[in-house]
Every structure is written in structure tokens, then in C-alpha cells.
Design a protein around this ligand. Structure first.
Ligand SMILES: *Cc1c(COP(=O)(O)O)cnc(C)c1O
Length: 408
């Protein structure tokens, strides 16, 4: 998927406008409404109301309660992870996942430049430094082959430590991110990680319901982080979860996301500085309801992706960002990759963004490359040509579950 398509002949303003208008009409046909269409809205119904009301009535609205336990069990069952630990948000889940993988102050952590800022922020919370690497067109995720070549060029091994020879710092983990819900090629990445002895922590914030060669994203490494923010495929208002297959890691995740209190009937003895990141029962009540409905959500996302795929199948100016052969995607956020232009890709992309938003069809670009943000401008990075090209030509399209009627 996502191979660059033929270069368009002309990039002047008229051409850009014509292309943008064509895209507006294709997206209009997909969404099947003339109303304003949001980028991604939560889908909440009777079950959510019932569980949340029950939670309020029970008085157990805070960090202990039956819904948190239930939600964790349901998540583990759905993802096939042995354990799930619910947190206040996805960023917190990622922060603790990095600690679980052994990331320490002054380490460098490999992550994609093409990601949401939370990926790099969580690394910073550990006192570590994001080290930005490139993405591949095929998956929109970390390019495992290019990473292996890069690491062999810049690192040396010191005992069991992998050292960046340029900065002298230890590289201690790899954080792939499953962009827009599309899986990284995890088998390829695992091979690279094994070669260099690095643990994997997955940023699976966007990929609940996405499988890579039959295995749920977020379950390949030491730990994986999910998000249930309001814009994700399902929501708990705010929330996240840590997935892990290792019992000791799960116990430590629980310890660090609460207050690291030693079990005792009345004494307050805390054996670590922990984070109080636990998901409240009130949010978990909504999560239980959303997870019950999740198979339906996922099917509706597939239908919406099918509509976009066929609408853009004969477009000369944009390719639908489709799943690759090894994954079964949740299609969290549908997107198109605009054709290359001889001159300014940004002016074409921005014309498309402007026209679609003016037409009441909410669209968004990808993120600015994290390596370009002033807060991360001094961080180490590899060549990022593909990340930059994708960021400059991608437009994210309305993708709410509610755009497709329920199956029954
Ligand atoms: C949403 C998101 C997060 C953070 O999740 P929150 O629940 O908002 O903290 C992290 N990484 C990526 C890629 C995301 O899209």
C-alpha cells in the first residue's frame, strides 16, 4: 500500500483548487450527509448511560471498583494479552511502559519522528531523550530495515549496553507507533530489536482492534500502551491501558500506576515514588460499555474504509491509505496520500485542507515531525525523508463510527 503515485504535472493554484474540489465531492459521497462532519466523534449510547449511572449509584466512582477490574479483564480477553492495567490516559500508560522496559534518565529511546507528541513526551518524563527515526510508506510506521542499517552505523556495544557513538549515551528501547491504526511490520521490527538487544514498547494508542499477522498490536514487546481518549476508536472520556504478557511486569505496572503501597491493613508504607495514574471506576464503567460494542464499531470502521477505498480507487490525485498485507487494521483514521507535485506539496495539501473544512468536512494534516518541534529540535535523528514526505502529503478524513449505521 501507500506507494507514491505518479507525479502530477502541474502544481499551480488552479490545479490545486480543482483537485481539492474533486476531493470534497468524493468525501461528501462517502459520508452520505450534507451536514457538518467531524473528524472523529465518540459513539455513546444506552449501555454507556446505564453502566455509568450504576457506577454513580454504587458510590464507587474513584480508583477502586468492579468496573476497573472488569474493564481490565475484558481488554485482556479482547487483545489476547495476558494482562491489562487501566490508566488515566494513554500518555501515562506509555510513560509507565517505558519504565517497565528499563528506560532510565539520560538514555536515548528510538521513536518515530512521525507521531503524536505524547510518544516523545512520555520518553522525556523518564528523563530520557527521544531519538527520531524514519517511517516506511507501506505501513506508515517505523522502517525496521532502515533502522537496522542506521543502528549498525551509529552504535557500538559495551557489555550489554548499546551505545550511540555520536552522543555517548545508552540506547535503551524502541517505541514503534501504529499510525492512524495501521500496524507497524512487527515481525521485521522484532528482528531488528533482537539484533541490537533492545526491548520494544509499543505506542498502540491508535490501534485497538488492529492485528499484525493475527496478533493484536500492543502485545509484541515488553509492554504496550492503549489510549481511550475521546478521539480514539473507543473512549472512556479519558483513559489508557498497559498491555503485557509478563506477570511480574503486570504487577509492577499496577504498583507504579497506583501509589506503590505495600499491602498492609492500615499502615502507609510506599516503597517507590509512584504516579497515581490509575483509571477511575467511573471511566471504566464507560469503557466496559464501549468494549461490549467494540466489535460493531470495528465492523463499521471497515465499511467506512471500504467506501473511501472505492471512492478514491480511480482518483489521479490521491491514494487511499490502505492496510498492508500483513495487518488487519481498525482503520481508526482514514486518510489519503496526495500525489507528488513538482513544486510545493504543502500548498496543495493546505488547499485541500482549506476546501474540505470550508465545505464542513473536517480534515486534518498529519502531525508536524516531532524532530521539528522547538522542544525536540536538539534531539538526535536519522534521515527522515520518508516521514517528511508522508507528513507533507497526507490528509486525514472524517472517520466517526456513526457515519455507518449499526450492523443490525
Ligand atoms: C492519543 C495518542 C496518545 C496519547 O493518548 P492520551 O490518552 O491522549 O494520553 C499517544 N500516542 C499516540 C500516537 C496517540 O494518538
Amino acid at each position: 500500500m501507500n506507494q507514491p503515485i505518479a507525479t502530477a504535472k502541474d502544481s499551480d493554484a488552479d490545479t490545486n483548487e480543482a483537485i481539492a474540489n474533486d476531493i470534497v465531492s468524493r468525501v461528501r459521497s462517502v459520508v452520505q450527509t450534507s451536514d457538518f462532519v467531524a473528524l472523529h466523534e465518540p459513539n455513546l449510547g444506552d449501555i454507556e448511560q446505564r453502566y455509568v449511572a450504576d457506577c454513580v449509584a454504587s458510590g464507587w466512582v474513584s480508583s477502586v471498583g468492579k468496573y476497573v477490574d472488569q474493564f481490565e479483564q475484558d481488554l485482556a480477553r479482547y487483545t489476547g494479552s495476558k494482562f491489562a492495567v487501566a490508566t488515566v490516559n494513554g500518555t501515562a500508560a506509555l510513560h509507565v511502559s517505558l519504565l517497565l522496559a528499563g528506560v532510565e534518565r539520560d538514555d536515548e529511546v528510538i521513536c518515530p519522528a512521525l507521531s503524536f507528541v505524547a510518544t516523545a513526551n512520555a520518553i522525556s518524563y523518564c528523563g530520557a531523550i527521544p531519538h527520531f527515526v524514519d517511517t516506511e510508506y507501506r505501513t506508515l510506521g517505523m522502517d525496521a530495515g532502515k533502522l537496522a542499517t542506521y543502528l549498525s552505523e551509529i552504535t557500538s556495544v559495551d557489555g550489554d549496553r548499546l551505545i550511540n557513538r555520536v552522543t555517548g549515551r545508552r540506547i535503551s528501547a524502541i517505541v514503534p507507533m501504529h499510525t492512524l491504526g495501521h500496524s507497524v511490520d512487527m515481525q521485521a521490527l522484532q528482528a531488528t530489536a533482537t539484533t541490537f538487544g533492545l526491548p520494544i514498547v509499543e505506542d498502540a494508542a491508535e490501534s485497538l482492534g488492529t492485528f499484525c499477522n493475527g496478533q493484536h498490536t500492543g502485545t509484541f514487546g515488553v509492554a504496550g500502551a492503549l489510549s481511550f481518549n475521546g478521539n480514539k476508536i473507543m473512549t472512556t472520556g479519558g483513559g489508557g491501558a498497559i498491555l503485557t504478557n509478563d506477570e511480574a511486569t503486570a504487577a509492577r505496572a499496577k504498583h507504579l500506576t497506583t501509589t506503590a503501597k505495600q499491602p498492609h491493613p492500615w499502615r502507609y508504607v510506599h516503597d517507590e515514588i509512584a504516579f497515581n495514574y490509575r483509571m477511575p471506576n467511573l471511566n471504566a464503567a464507560m469503557g466496559c460499555a464501549q468494549l461490549e460494542r467494540f466489535p460493531d464499531f470495528r465492523e463499521r470502521k471497515q465499511s467506512l474504509a471500504n467506501r473511501y477505498r472505492s471512492q478514491f480507487a480511480n482518483s489521479q490525485s490521491a491514494n487511499f491509505v490502505d492496510q498492508w498485507e500483513g495487518e488487519s487494521s481498525n482503520f481508526w483514521l482514514n486518510a489519503i496520500l496526495l500525489a507528488r507535485t513538482p513544486n510545493s506539496p504543502l500548498s496543495r495539501r493546505d488547499t485541500v485542507l482549506q476546501k474540505t473544512n470550508e465545505a464542513g468536512l473536517m480534515t486534518r494534516p498529519m502531525w508536524e515531525l516531532l524532530s521539528d518541534l522547538p522542544i525536540y529540535s536538539t534531539c538526535p535523528r536519522s534521515d527522515l525523508a520518508v516521514s517528511r514526505d508522508i507528513a507533507e502529503r497526507t490528509v486525514c478524513l472524517p472517520s466517526s463510527v456513526g457515519l455507518v449505521p449499526p450492523a443490525r
